[in-house]
Design a binder for this molecule. Structure first.
Ligand SMILES: C[S@@+](CC[C@H](N)C(=O)[O-])C[C@H]1O[C@@H](n2cnc3c(N)ncnc32)[C@H](O)[C@@H]1O
Length: 162
């Protein structure tokens, strides 16, 4: 498989997983968290597929296309290590869907971020809330969910809170 094929498959997997989880949490009220704005691609897709939900975005430093930047009331700018504890205080465990797209390509950094994120999730996800992540998460209290049928194993990671 060429690198182009692999890139396309990764993005297709991401889109399928986002749409799958939006369906799975359809009956749960509450906002969506998008961790990692980047270029704003997945944020833009999410606001199209769940137009009736508020989406709060977390990003260290915003550099997305202006059309894909949330309004200031829906943006937590800065490191997750500061913004997620603030979000926990504000929202508590009420969030039905968290999308974490935080991969940097640096294995050790990504592992540290995943470990940190896993410590924050129990204080954010509502019962039966789902986190989907580009990185595996050491979130043992949650049930790991199967990927949608078309998505290759290991491309994305889905966990449902108890
Ligand atoms: C792969 S990009 C996100 C791509 C984006 N979802 C898209 O579709 O365009 C990862 C983003 O996560 C952000 N990020 C990674 N670790 C972070 C942290 N600890 N705190 C805040 N933002 C972080 C990076 O700044 C980067 O913009």
């Amino acid at each position: 498989m060429s690198r182009l094929d692999s890139f396309i498959r990764r993005l297709e997997a991401q889109r399928r997983c986002l749409e799958h989880v939006v369906r799975l949490v359809a009956e749960l009220p509450g906002p969506v968290f998008e961790l990692g704005l980047g270029n704003g691609r997945t944020f833009d897709h999410l606001r199209g597929i769940c137009p009736h939900r508020e989406i709060f975005v977390f990003e260290r430093r915003v550099a997305a296309h202006p059309d894909c930047v949330p309004d200031p009331e829906h943006l937590f700018e800065g490191p997750l290590e500061i913004s997620l504890p603030r979000a926990r205080q504000r929202f508590g465990a009420t969030i039905p869907m968290i999308h974490a797209d935080l991969g940097s390509g640096n294995f050790e950094l990504d592992q540290r971020t995943s470990v940190y994120l896993a410590t924050q999730l129990p204080g954010l996800l509502c019962p039966a809330g789902i986190v989907l992540s580009d990185q595996p998460l050491p979130y043992s209290a949650a049930e790991q969910l199967a990927l949608p049928p078309e998505v290759e194993s290991g491309r994305y990671h889905l966990y449902r809170a108890a």
